[in-house]
Design a protein around this ligand. Structure first.
Ligand SMILES: *Cc1c(COP(=O)(O)O)cnc(C)c1O
Length: 500
């Protein structure tokens, strides 16, 4: 099994090389040439083993050029050693009889990005050793909030790697901002971009695609790579928790091996939900993937009509990690549902680039709709739903999770399917978006005059959950990164950092 670009061309490389390179030379994303398959015995075998052992089994199917020893070492470095606050790593919480919540935020930065970004640096540094790569790798990250911090934590002080993170100046929560600007590590820099997430992401993509710029860096001994979810090494760790959640439901007796479930995924860049698609293609029994968006509902419209159109108002919402109008990983889905029609994918992406729009047509849409269903929730609905679920079940959700939980219910109603278990993916601790969560749960005047840290304590009182220590300590952590730049300045800012 090798990896090729979604937009064609002659690249045909091993997973280690795809992970080092991040993005293909022609701007496409790397995809596996075959999707490995598993059987029911494989699923049953996952039931009584640890998350780490589940990960070893799933990853080795895709990373066929890594030895099993290499994979085992990477997995233990990422998910061993008390880096997560629960031994289950990604526990399944039984919300109702037919609704379970898969909690993906027990890692060091309290958001689901840790699931992938604890492992990616391990996969990458192993890949550098395997391939004899001598350049210093420069990781460029555009973040809508959570990726940045999780990448910084994953990569800090890793040998032969430097990391630069760009975040939209006014597009992240106060806790997210503080997490990033206080980041320690000798190989890290954090930069605010004047603009929104798409500005930051487009700026990073432009740097990747600038041949001259890349040659100049190369002469200085540097090579760019990405930790965004366009990197295969980001995506592949996420396939694991779909299997793990399924195994946990079997273990609890909620389902039997072979039963189908629905996964409801709060979606931005389409990385999380796409990892589920790979799990399904491998043989995981899935009925539907329910794609949940906020007011930036470009994916809802696409999955209903087949027309992707980013020409619309950008909304800043209470679920900022999903404030995205270009969902990069959708390109991989289009590649697979067209059975690898890379020329067609390249045309759609060209159209997206030039006009902001493309139309996949009725046939491709029908194929996608066999597996995907979509809806969205605006902020008012999202906050009201946090309150409703808290009142009914005493479970505290963050805003992103609330979007998914709400859409899980609209799917139940629309489909009339009362029996299939919904697995709702919970992508952030409620503490990461504490202000919005509190606005949903308490009267306005309770919050007046409270800063972020007083709000953490307030949420602890209401939810009964302990404040993650890494968040509590932000209050006194010194600020280390203060640079602000325009999106046009991003290439120069990176160069200046590397010259230091
Ligand atoms: C990144 C993120 C998402 C969106 O995930 P995608 O893989 O980009 O679809 C949702 N919720 C939270 C909290 C996130 O950090």
């Amino acid at each position: 099994m090798n990896y090729v670009s979604t937009r064609g061309g002659s690249e045909n490389i091993k997973s280690a090389e795809a992970i080092i390179q991040g993005l293909s030379a022609n701007g496409g994303l790397f995809v596996p040439t075959e999707i490995p398959t598993i059987d029911e015995a494989f699923l049953s075998g996952l039931t009584n083993i640890s998350y780490q052992d589940r990960a070893k089994q799933v990853l080795s199917r895709f990373l066929v050029d890594y030895t099993q020893d290499e994979i085992d070492a990477c997995v233990m470095a990422a998910y061993g050693d008390n880096k997560f606050d629960t031994t289950e790593i990604a526990p399944v919480y039984p919300l109702r009889e037919k609704d379970a919540v898969l909690e993906l935020w027990h890692g060091p930065t309290s958001a689901f990005k840790d699931m992938a970004l604890q492992l990616l640096p391990q996969l990458l540094s192993t890949a550098l050793k395997k391939t004899g790569e001598k350049s210093e790798i420069v990781i460029l990250v555009a973040t809508s909030g959570d990726t940045g911090k999780a990448a910084l934590e994953g990569f800090k002080d890793v040998d032969q790697i430097k990391i630069a993170v760009f975040y939209p100046q006014n597009g992240v929560s106060e806790i997210q901002r503080r997490q990033m600007i206080t980041q320690e590590g000798g190989n890290v820099t954090v930069l605010a971009v004047k603009g929104n997430f798409d500005d930051a992401q487009t700026g990073v993509k432009r740097i990747f695609n600038d041949t001259v710029y890349n040659e100049e860096l190369h002469e200085d001994g540097f090579k760019l790579s990405s930790a965004n979810s366009i990197n295969w090494g980001r995506l592949v760790p996420q396939i694991v928790y779909y299997f793990s959640a399924y195994a946990d439901l079997v273990k609890k007796g909620t389902i039997a091996v072979g039963d189908k479930v629905n996964f409801v995924v709060p979606t931005g860049n389409f990385g999380n939900i796409l990892a589920g698609y790979y799990a399904k293609r491998m043989g995981l029994p899935v009925n539907k993937f329910v794609c949940a968006s906020n007011a930036n509902n470009v994916l809802t419209d696409f999955l209903r009509t087949g027309v992707y159109d980013r020409n619309r108002t950008f909304h800043k919402t209470a679920s900022p990690s999903m404030d995205i109008l270009i969902s990069s990983n959708l390109e991989r889905l289009l590649y697979h549902v067209t059975d690898g029609n890379d020329a067609q994918v390249a045309l759609w992406m060209q159209s997206l680039n030039e006009t902001g729009r493309y139309d996949v047509g009725a046939e491709v849409l029908a194929k996608i709709q066999e597996l995907f269903w979509a809806d969205y929730a605006d902020d008012e609905t999202t906050l009201a739903n946090i309150r409703k679920v808290f009142d009914e079940t005493h479970y505290t959700m963050d805003t992103h999770t609330s979007v998914a939980e709400y859409v899980a219910n609209t799917y139940r109603t629309a489909s009339g399917d009362a029996d299939t278990v919904n697995v709702i993916l919970s992508t952030a601790s409620p503490y990461k978006f504490n202000q919005s969560v509190l606005e949903a749960l308490v009267e306005k005047d309770t919050l007046e005059g409270k800063d972020e840290f007083a709000m953490l304590d307030c949420l602890a009182e209401i939810s009964g959950l302990i404040v993650p220590p890494a968040l509590a300590s932000l209050k006194t952590a010194p600020i280390r990164h203060t640079t602000v730049c325009a999106k046009e300045e991003m290439p120069e800012v990176v160069k200046a950092y590397l010259k230091k």
